[in-house]
Design a protein around this ligand. Structure first.
Ligand SMILES: Nc1ncnc2c1ncn2[C@@H]1O[C@H](COP(=O)(O)OP(=O)(O)OP(=O)(O)O)[C@@H](O)[C@H]1O
Length: 272
């Protein structure tokens, strides 16, 4: 197993107020991890620590065998792409293609290779036909896919999406999630995804769900394992995914986890 991220005995305090105290987390290369927790649980802080935007008080953060330090922070950051919540705050270019080019211009990519790299990144997210469009004319979901293309063009090994769908309508959310599913299929072991989200339905799409609260890991496992813990989730201010809550209300036990497709199958058998 190749480790993408290894966090050992992490301690971090804001103004003497401890948030992480002996926090540990290992993420395998190629894994899609949904990091969930209610407001203020520490998700964004963890992302900032992994990126070296905040410096841990104690402990180690290792990204693909390289320990994060003042000396290594630029090399570590180059392995990680970030997509943020507000699609409108992520554009600098006059067109979609300019925008993808902007990140590439800061790298050593030969300018003659740029058009091909821009096209390739936009194709991966299904936005190649929009390359001459002005970003402000796109929908929220399309903007986030372009933001993903800009990150992908830099060939990161890890992409962290911090509430990247929170400002999108259901359609936009769905297209971004479908894009992530495609990325996972296409890149396999070569791309690790971390989605920070309040949306439990989105979290069901990940390989693994990590629930944190007050900087502590509360649950960690497959969606089936984590979402069978209805009581624990409620105690930590979280809901079940829609399909699970509905199944529960229809008298299924919490441990009878089913995703949306399985719920539909089960409901259709009740109808017969
Ligand atoms: N710059 C800061 N100075 C002091 N405290 C902070 C700072 N940033 C965050 N905190 C505190 O640290 C805790 C964790 O915040 P963080 O933003 O990591 O949580 P989160 O899980 O990402 O929340 P949300 O879901 O609302 O984005 C909160 O109690 C927050 O008030």
């Amino acid at each position: 197993m190749v480790k993408a991220i290894e966090i050992n005995n992490l301690k971090y305090s804001y103004d003497e107020q401890p948030l992480f105290n002996d926090f540990n987390l290992n993420i395998e290369a190629g894994q899609w991890v949904a990091l969930v927790g209610h407001n203020g649980s520490g998700k964004s802080t963890l992302a900032k620590l992994i990126l070296g935007l905040l410096v841990a008080d104690e402990g180690q953060i290792i990204v693909f065998d390289e320990q994060l330090s003042i000396e290594s922070v630029h090399r570590v950051r180059a392995k990680i792409g970030m997509v943020f919540q507000n699609p409108d705050n992520q554009f600098v270019g006059a067109t979609v293609a300019d925008d993808v080019a902007f990140g590439l211009e800061n790298t050593k990519v030969d300018s003659s290779d740029m058009p091909q790299k821009i096209d390739a990144a936009l194709t991966v997210v299904g936005m190649q036909d929009f390359k001459d469009r002005e970003p402000h004319t796109l929908s929220g979901g399309q903007k986030q896919r372009v933001a993903l293309a800009s990150v992908l063009a830099l060939q990161p090994k890890i992409i962290i999406l911090d509430e990247a769908t929170a400002m999108l309508d259901p359609d936009g959310r769905m297209t971004v999630m479908e894009t992530l599913q495609q990325l996972k299929q296409q890149f396999g072991q070569n791309l690790t995804l971390i989605t920070i989200t309040h949306d439990m339905d989105e979290a069901t799409l990940a390989d693994r769900v990590v629930v944190i609260n007050d900087g502590r890991k509360i649950l960690d496992g497959t969606p089936a394992k984590v979402f069978s813990q209805r009581r624990v989730l409620h105690d930590n201010g979280l809901e079940l995914p829609f399909a699970n809550e509905l199944a529960y209300q229809l008298d299924k036990k919490p441990e009878d986890y089913m995703d949306e497709r399985e719920l539909i199958q089960w409901l259709s058998t009740l109808n017969k």
